[in-house]
Design a protein around this ligand. Sequence first.
Ligand code: AMP
Ligand code: MG
Length: 440
Amino acid sequence: MGLFHRKKQTEDEVTVEPEPRRGLPRRPEPNVDGLRPVAEHRDYLLSMVRELPAFGQTLLDAAGLSLCEEIVADLDLPRFDNSAMDGYAVRAEDLAGASRAHPVVLPVSRSITAGDPAGDEIEPGTVVKIMTGAPVPPGADAVVPYEHTDRGSQAATFLHAPEVGANIRHVGEDIAVGDHIASIGDQLGPRQIGMLAGIGIDQVLVRPRPRVVVISTGSELVQPGFELAEGQIYDSNSFMLAALARREGAQVFRVGIVSDDPDVVAQSISDQLVRADLILTTGGVSEGDRDVVKAVMPGLGPTDFCRTAMQPGKPQGFALIGDDRTPVIMLPGNPVSAFVSFEVFVRPVLRKMMGVQPLVRPTTHALTRTIIRSPKNKTQFQRGLVTSTPDGRRHVTPMGGGGSHKLGDLARANALVVIPEGVEVVDAGHPVEIWMIDDE
Ligand code: AMP
Ligand code: MG
């Protein structure tokens, strides 16, 4: 276990018998082709990760996170009766009958702006100049906007008889003390953050952002910005996966490229345990001679490598490593395979850790513009471009076919076309299941 830096022992430390290593739960049964159905692999991964423990965060840092407490308002909104307009606070009865033909003139006793106290009761037969958001003085029961007056300062001429309550925002009409305003499991978006700030809350208990480490493996890989030698390619996966995980709300550490050297791979993954709630790797998990991730991971912890019944993204790996049994999801190296694997497996896992629902993308439908063929016992995820016609019908143009290296098509797509197991052909014009992948 020398790989785990946190576990260094000095020589005079008493050696404690290690706990027997716990394995992974029973693996799902493969289908007739020896492949694991997609939903079963996803549920298997989900069964092995936990929601992160609740953590107090300042309000803005909680944006996008899942609330872990019930919130009951202890402040009314509006906090006090206040004016919705710039104008005059009046007693409505003083202006009964006022109109353009029969203007009423009343003296202005004082002026209140937002932030001022309400002050004394308004004298009958007088008015108080009032700005938007200023407290309505006791005794006033309507606000007449400037537009219906001559905007006078000493005295004002009124061309309009207001109704009782006109242009007053009443205490508690929006949120009243005791109202239940947010619940456990709510994802705090900008509007909820604004509401919580509005009732004076500055900290909330939420599930924290998962710390996600992203590692690309492959001796052919080069960091963008550097020169390529013959046979080399740029690392796109670690950037794409880091951006995907960040979009889900994770705090991402992109380690970048690790060469296909078993010791380096093992050491690089172990080194990340100090800062990871989840480790993602790409490459090295299929049947090639250089598939080092597959070779070294069993030495680090209980591991599950399987072939899933999906295309692209067939080879998948999972492990729980280190003292904290940190989950590691090992994705195939082809960029489109890595992307689809993230959508199908990693995104639900991240959302479970964050306590955010729904775990799986909702399925919608579109009419395919071209015929689609799919292998019988696999779920196929084609990339697609969805467009809508003015009558609201959605069409999808499948792109990329089986080309799991085609980054250009992937970048142009806005949907995945999901052809379930058992379906071999869908004719043009027929509905297909789609996932809109640009939706947050
Ligand atoms: P592997 O799964 O390691 O066998 O890689 C499968 C294919 O994906 C190979 O053509 C690799 O060169 C390519 N590949 C692997 N990792 C990356 C990466 N990070 N960025 C771009 N292509 C990659
Ligand atoms: Mg490789």
